[in-house]
Design a protein around this ligand. Structure first.
Ligand SMILES: NC(=O)c1ccc[n+]([C@@H]2O[C@H](COP(=O)([O-])OP(=O)(O)OC[C@H]3O[C@@H](n4cnc5c(N)ncnc54)[C@H](OP(=O)(O)O)[C@@H]3O)[C@@H](O)[C@H]2O)c1
Length: 243
């Protein structure tokens, strides 16, 4: 199981929940100390994980090909890919957005997710039931004023889920989206939407939904963008395709 954005709010909660469910993990993140702390937490619970430090902003197709080669030599296949990495610099009018910040958000939130997925598809096809899960935000809400490149990328991600699902419909690889509600993470803290922040919950409450989508139970959500409430499912579901 590969988790991108593994040391973020949801990425961390989902990684721990996947490890508890028996998955062997590859943890992709850009900050080595945070990855090490997550690895310690996983190992304290007798889970297994490998660290893969990578900055999605600078990584190109060759870097993803190298990542896929390493996953192949370590595991031979990939059962699931969970996209939790996201770049959001804060609410700003488009007119005043720094051009580099706009490009970074589109790149990290949309292009890098696709490049990573594309490189991993051959390994996902080798799994009995490979799953690609894109964690997405509400495209209507983030398509309103001031959400900038992050908001525009969300519309692209919803389209990517539909398109890739249609293209892989007859393959063993299933694609879906997970749209959580507001969670208390660094990303939400940058949005300054007071109403949402008051209603936000801890990201751990959506970790079970990530495990569900990555496990065999997720096949019921193939092609969907699932919008569960917090605690929609237990976090002890075994990831049956693993081991
Ligand atoms: N929080 C919410 O209310 C909410 C609501 C709906 C949907 N979502 C979605 O949930 C997902 C997870 O978000 P979150 O709330 O957990 O946010 P978060 O805590 O800010 O986590 C985002 C992660 O992405 C990483 N990242 C950013 N740029 C990167 C880069 N260039 N290379 C590698 N990693 C990079 C961050 O690394 P650093 O720690 O180094 O910054 C962080 O680990 C996202 O897809 C988001 O759209 C969140």
């Amino acid at each position: 199981m590969l988790v991108a954005g593994a040391h973020g709010g949801l990425g961390q909660a989902a990684s721990l929940a996947c490890a508890r469910a028996g998955a062997r993990l590859v943890l992709l993140g850009r900050r080595i100390p945070k990855l090490n702390r997550l690895l310690d937490a996983i190992e304290r619970e007798a889970g297994e994980a490998l660290l893969y430090p990578l900055d999605l902003e600078g990584a190109g197709p060759d870097d993803y090909a190298e990542l896929a080669r390493r996953v192949e030599s370590g595991f031979g296949r990939l059962d699931g890919l969970l996209h939790c990495a996201a770049d959001f610099g804060g609410l700003t009018p488009l007119e005043h957005t720094d051009p580099a910040a706009f490009a970074r958000a589109i790149h990290v939130d949309l292009t890098a997710r696709w490049w990573l997925t594309q490189a991993c598809l051959p390994l996902l096809r080798r799994a009995a039931d490979g799953a690609v899960v894109f964690v997405v935000d509400d495209a209507d809400a983030t398509g309103q004023a001031y959400w900038g490149g992050y908001g525009i990328a969300q519309s692209g991600l919803h389209a990517m889920v539909r398109m890739l699902h249609a293209e892989l419909a007859s393959s063993p690889v299933r694609v879906c989206g997970l749209q959580p509600g507001p969670m208390r993470t660094p990303l939400l803290a940058r949005a300054y939407v007071e109403r949402e922040r008051a209603a936000a919950c801890e990201p751990e409450r959506y970790a079970g939904a990530c495990v569900t989508l990555l496990s065999a139970a997720g096949s019921a959500r193939r092609g969907e963008v699932w919008r569960p409430g917090p605690d929609a499912c237990g976090i002890d579901l075994p990831i049956v395709a693993e081991r």
